[in-house]
Design a protein around this ligand. Sequence first.
Ligand code: ADP
Length: 744
Amino acid sequence: MRNLFLFFFLLLTTTLYAQQREPEKVSVILKWFYQYQFAGIIMAKEKGFYEDAGLDVEIIERDPSKNNILQVIDGEAQYGIADSSILTYRAKGHPVRIVASIFQHNAMVLIARKDSDIVSPYEMRGKRISYQEGIDDAIFSSMFDYANLEKSDFIKVPMDFSYESIINGEVDVIAAYITDQPYWIKKRGVELNVINPLSYGIDLYGDILFTTEKEIASHPKRVKKMKAATLKGWEYALAHKDETIRTIIDKYKPALTYDQLAYEAATTERLIAPKHVALGYTSKDRFRVIAGLYHDLGLSQQALDKAVEEIIYDPDAPGDTLQFYLTAFTIGGAVMFIFLLLLYLHNQQLQRQVKTRTKELEKATLRAEKAAASKAQFLANMSHEIRTPMNAILGFIEQLAKGENDPARQKQFAIVKSSGRTLLGIINDILDFSKIESGKMSIECQPALTRDLFEEITALFKEQIEEKELLLETLFAPKLPECITTDAIRVKQVVFNLLGNAVKFTPKGGRIILEVRFRPDTNILHCSVRDTGIGIHETNIAKIFKAFEQEDHTTTRKFGGTGLGLAISSKLITLMGGTLEVESNPGEGSHFYFDLPAEPCEAHAPEALTQQALSGDTALAPQGDLLVVEDNKTNQMLLGIILDEFGIAYDIANDGLEAYSAAQRKHYAMILMDENMPNMNGIDATKKIRAWEEEHHLSRVPIVAVTANALSGDRERFIDAGMDDYLAKPFSETEVMQLLQRHL
Ligand code: ADP
């Protein structure tokens, strides 16, 4: 765009510059051939007056076969030389203007041989007279009038420019240009009488420099310069006749001698009359008189009067000033137009840019979406890949610890187990955080037993609390609904984190209070965790909700942790429609609390019952064997050990396909189905088993997904496929037991 502006700027400036420097080409058509009659124009060119004015003037000789005035009117040249008859053109509607009247008197005269005794119009009756009709009529008709000579009173002979006719005596009277022809004829030895109209008071203008309205309108400055330079040329020509004559001879090569031109120069000066009238001056009053002559020839007085008023060019006339403004306005308009055009083009370019940028943005968004999708997939895979070996590690440690009687070794197993659990917690936190960040975390609300939800969590801290000699009080408000609809897993996760922190940051002998209330008018569940621990400094309160931030760096060294817990908790609460808040002072303990929208529900909801904690000592009495579907040999072994422990018989299927055929052969009390397996995955195997059961009108065998996939939406996928429950890897012996109790 800038380049475009620059281009136009350069174009504009170079055009203006060129207009100033490059001479403007104009042409002037003469009234006759190169001779002294046009000395002013010739010298203006030769002496560089035109050039100084920025004009390159071409001087064109008259073509006698053409009307030189009409040639200018038709645009063959911008300027021309005419005489007073130019007024008749204007009166007839041709847009001509007089720039400068050079010859104050007309040079046209009638000549007769001296021996003819014709000395005045009075002697011309019945004689043969030759002059240019339509051109020289005005001047001669007026003179004839003077002597009452009618056109029918003489014989009109066509004009003979060679003048042989007068020399030979074929005509009696012929029109001639006083400045040159008489000289030439006299040279041939013929003596002449000159009958000059001026003697009869008929005084017309001779050579006039004229132009057109168009030239004045489009180049007002040029007309002004043309006039000034031409007059300067005449001034020079009149002051330097000899140089002028030589210049004409040398440069224009007329078939004229020096003497002839000298004769012409002398007679010309008389017609220009520079001593009496300012060079180039045009008198409107004189033109009024001249208009009278033309009226006599039949032109309308009104048209002539109008022509007289309009024909004289005045460089300082307001009309031309107006023209100047008009031109300025036009130029302004053009500049404005160019500007608007540029603006339009710029706008177009912007629109194109916006389009391409939008396209690029769309592409980038698509790429980002793809990246997010592959990140989510990566998370799912990682989740699976890490949880599967963790399952084996934790499971076997549990088994190994059981057979160990040495207290020192038992302690070591306990350390490995708790380290494994911590590692699992960290992995879960990182995965959760990534899920929230990529918008993949969704909230799944199900009916849940309110008290159980919280008690399940407090139970997990039993050991730690005892160890630290802490006092944990759980206060349930009396009007707490038995069942609420909420995402129990996520609420538990938050409460687990808050209680975990409270336990972690409260020194030995401290107190922790978990309080749960419910507002039935707004259906808001209020939960708060208070401790008498180390507290948090005011300036760090905002920091602790940010990912990977802890109150200060000493915390990490002293208490450990990733700084993700509160960030995840706060985001989960926000996702569920609440806010996690804190009030704390260093040394005075901390108070974390949140309000959540939660609908009360019927306590018998089937989903809620699955959450129900069952007492550990209920005997397991399966009506039949279990089928363990698992491709991973280690996990097969682990599940086997646990089931052996419970005295439950089981078969093993290595993939979905084997599971399907096994289920057809034998009616199992329950199927533990892994999800990702070769040949046929758990979901497809479940679907096939369900279809087969339906086909044969058999009762549904409980199918429990055993999965390391814990991303949101998975649960629905399992239920949709026809599964009844799921066990997340890594699982503990207790979790397996609780699961069996639920379904057997
Ligand atoms: P982590 O505990 O894993 O470092 P959290 O996000 O759960 O990460 O907590 C961030 C920080 O907030 C903690 O490191 C600690 O400095 C501060 N904090 C959280 N809970 C408490 C509490 N109950 N008492 C004192 N400080 C706390």
